[in-house]
Write a protein that binds this ligand. Structure first.
Ligand code: CMC
Length: 431
């Protein structure tokens, strides 16, 4: 059947019909172009953007029904198997995979920008010791807008490139230091002889009194977590970065807004919520009760790490992460850990249960990434911070794409007003 190219909106009164063009992307569903609808005094209603494309983008593509995820056209499985996080970062930012010279130069630039302004250490000390790392990251990354003024020329492509490099390089340092501050341990400065994932492990787990050598299997697992979380179309945090940036706001402040959005349990906070849930379940014998609760409409409990707004098939990132999960558990000899046993049994039961099958609720990437991070010794409250450092690459690429897009406009959704209609003011003495 021929694809439609326009649609006519008709009304059940005297209003003249409105013809709207239909736009086709290179992949994915066509979209009705409603940009001119407002000129007719007509608006659409779509809470949560369930049916709305907020921008055009050439970075990431998801087919939720088929369970596909592409970065710049490359399937995520191939990138996760054959690339490291630096290559994937280059790809997301520049649109092409680097050749070996480009990779070397990019990696060197990132490595040399990992230190933060020394004055920033004072900022950490202003937080309570028990501050959640995501709260610290929102504050400290936002404060980078005060440290790097030259990033303010957002119309200049070189400035935007430098901004992306600074973010990719410094966010791990901020994330690791938010943990060190929690622990009351000295901040560990970055080490240029380590790769990106190893350096992060060094800043998290090393201390000045001993030598530290990152375990290569765990460093590879962390690198894979970073690749799998690097970008994911117009999710809540990416849309937040774009919306904040659409006013021309300072990009570091926009990324801080993205971190705030990512923190929620329905988004990046899910991997932390998975671990809390597994601890609450505690033992295989309790799984049945929790499955029943998840199915009970009158109970707000949901199985954390299951389901996805877009994937109605297996999340390809979950398939890759599951493999890494087993490799890490084997490396660390943790196959008999009671919590991991609960996780594996929960996965088995949910995949066979009619409720989860009929609603197409599969384990998502965060179900497995939480388990891997715990096995590596990462505390639960750092899980989302690690997600944030991976997603920073995607946010930087998406922000850059938005600023360069001649069709981009300041984001300004409309509303369906349901409040009081105009009423007479009553003075304080009469209320
Ligand atoms: N456990 C039990 N029931 C569920 C679950 C779950 N985890 N997820 C969805 N449902 C049910 C839900 O009750 C609803 O049932 P009904 O049709 O009878 O009302 C149906 O499935 C559809 O749910 P929905 O909330 O309309 O779906 P959504 O697309 O708006 O929500 C979601 C997606 C991810 C917020 C949701 O599946 C969820 O809350 N999952 C648990 C949290 C989680 O793991 N989040 C991480 C997402 S992946 C990370 C990322 O990409 O940011």
């Amino acid at each position: 059947m021929k694809k439609p190219t326009k649609v006519t909106l008709t009304f059940d009164n005297d209003l003249a019909p409105i013809e709207l063009p239909i736009l086709s992307g290179k992949l994915g569903p066509d979209v009705i172009d409603i940009r001119n609808l407002g000129k007719h005094g007509i608006f659409t209603y779509d809470p949560g953007f369930l049916s709305t494309a907020s921008c055009s983008s050439a970075i990431t593509f998801i087919d939720g029904d088929e369970g596909l995820l592409y970065y710049r056209g490359y399937p995520i499985e191939q990138l996760a198997q054959h690339c490291d996080f630096m290559e994937v970062s280059y790809l997301l930012i520049h649109g092409e995979l680097p050749n070996s010279d480009q990779k070397k130069s990019f990696t060197e630039t990132i490595t040399k920008h990992t230190m933060v302004h020394d004055q920033m250490t004072n900022l950490f000390r202003g937080f309570r010791r028990d501050a959640h790392p995501m709260a610290v990251m929102v504050g400290v990354i936002g404060s980078m807008s005060a440290f790097y003024h030259d990033a303010m020329d957002i119309r200049d492509s070189d400035s935007r490139e430098m901004l992306a490099y600074r973010l990719i390089a410094k966010v791990p340092t901020v994330a690791a230091w938010s943990y060190k501050y929690n622990m009351g341990q000295p901040f560990m400065y970055p080490r240029n002889n380590f790769n990106y994932a190893e350096n992060f492990m060094h800043m998290m787990f090393a201390n000045p009194c001993e030598d530290y050598t990152p375990n290569p299997i765990l460093a590879k697992a962390l690198d894979r977590i970073l690749i799998l979380h690097a970008d994911h179309e117009q999710n809540a945090s990416t849309s937040t970065v774009r919306l904040a940036g659409s006013s021309g706001a300072n990009p570091f402040a926009c990324i801080a807004a993205g971190i705030a959005s990512l923190w929620g349990p329905a988004h990046g906070g899910a991997n932390e919520a998975v671990l809390k849930m597994l601890e609450e379940i505690g033992d295989i014998s309790n799984i049945g009760k929790f499955i029943e609760r998840a199915k009970d409409k009158s109970d707000s409990f949901r199985l954390m790490g299951f389901g996805h707004r877009v994937y109605k098939n297996i999340d390809p990132r979950a398939t890759m992460m599951r493999q890494t999960c087993h490799e890490v558990l084997e490396e660390l000899g943790l196959g008999d850990d009671p919590l991991f046993k609960v996780a594996m049994e929960l996965e088995r039961i949910a995949l066979e249960d009619e409720y989860f099958i009929s609603k197409r609720l599969y384990p998502n990437v965060d179900f497995y990434s939480g388990i891997v991070l715990r096995a590596m010794g990462v505390p639960t409250n750092m899980f989302t911070a690690i997600f944030a450092l991976a997603r920073t690459v995607g946010w930087a690429a998406q922000w850059n794409e938005m600023i360069s897009d001649p069709e981009a406009k300041i984001g300004r959704p409309r509303q369906l007003y349901t409040g009081e209609i105009r009423r007479a003011f009553v003075t304080l003495d009469k209320r």
